[in-house]
Design a protein around this ligand. Sequence first.
Ligand SMILES: Cc1cc2nc3c(=O)[nH]c(=O)nc-3n(C[C@H](O)[C@H](O)[C@H](O)COP(=O)(O)OP(=O)(O)OC[C@H]3O[C@@H](n4cnc5c(N)ncnc54)[C@H](O)[C@@H]3O)c2cc1C
Length: 379
Amino acid sequence: MAKRIIIVGGGTGGTMTANILASKLDSEIRNGQVTITLLSDSPVHVYQPAFLYLAFDRFYEDEFTRSERDLLRPEIDFVVDKTTGIDFKSCFVQGASGKKYQYDYLVLSTGSYPDPSAIPGLEKGGDWFYTQEGAKKLAKKIASFEKGRILLSVGVPHKCPVAPLEVIFMLNDYFKAKGIRKNIELYYTYPIARLHALEPVANWAVGMFEKEGIKSETFFNMESVDPEKKTLSTLEGSEVPYDLLIAIPPHKGADIIVDSGLSKSGWIPTDKQTLKVTGYDNVYALGDGTDLPISKAGSTAHFEADVVAENLTSEIKSGYPAHFYDGRVLCFIETGLHEGTYVWFSYTTPPNPAPPSKLIHWMKLSFNRIYWMAARGLM
Ligand SMILES: Cc1cc2nc3c(=O)[nH]c(=O)nc-3n(C[C@H](O)[C@H](O)[C@H](O)COP(=O)(O)OP(=O)(O)OC[C@H]3O[C@@H](n4cnc5c(N)ncnc54)[C@H](O)[C@@H]3O)c2cc1C
């Protein structure tokens, strides 16, 4: 009987894993020894990094969405059916349609989601660019903002660790280009004692903030927002007035992770090297949904997809997994509207931001356009 591989999640990690696997197991699929099914709750694939640009009217829906079916190799079965339960003992996934999907191997790439409801008042008093609707709404506010304080506040955990810095640098350039930067106070805050979780990035940002006149406050953890008074109160006791509040809401894992009993925290317990789910030898996890101590980023999911696909291939061809994830992450960082830098790091190698340049900015913009090739498993 064919080995059945079920992948849950039609985002970055799930799509890449499915396509890489289908190419590696091409002959087994043709011979009827392996089937690959990808289950997702939406027929549409969304390239989320575009939301940062959407907030500045620099990326549009027809550019950052594709039909998931069109991104997948034809030999992959694609089914739009939200997973509502997983029986790890009997090895099946329960779909909202009522259908059960039996598996020999299961891959979970179910993502992470901003949860503004975790901070009282934030839904009414704040804005964010971490969802499509949020970024669209924020774009209008940025376009009409003329003077006052823009307060940026960061909840944890959250995906794309560098996006808070990117948005503040882009706001800086946007208002400079509009000729009204002097009327606007950019007030960046961060939950720990420095400007960013990655220490070399935090140290590098200090110089950029001084040069560009961006104000900052650290040890700043959102407690509640008063939408009428337009103030944000913190767990540390400060109350900061704002004219526009841009928040990165704290994130949570997909509901199915708690609902299936896999974990109470909502994050998937995952082995940092093999990417197997703790306690289940035939289940792998990747992407934002894992509990790994690394950045929740598309590049993380990209590197992990290679490892999961290689391990499943070696399990099927040789009988055991033989590949290990080293914690590799690559993040491009916009340092404005015209320049960028990047950081590369792993479990053992700290990041080291390169000097900002136009070239790196163009590399980031180029990747935004060729992402679809990466999703297809072609790079
Ligand atoms: C504003 C912003 C900027 C970003 N910038 C960058 C960047 O510059 N560089 C970078 O590397 N990363 C960036 N990212 C992060 C990147 O988009 C994510 O890290 C990446 O998408 C994670 O992939 P994933 O497969 O784990 O999750 P996702 O891509 O979110 O996919 C999860 C999928 O699971 C599906 N799903 C969830 N629950 C179920 C269920 N019960 N049943 C069926 N399907 C389900 C969802 O519909 C979705 O399709 C950014 C993100 C945002 C929001």
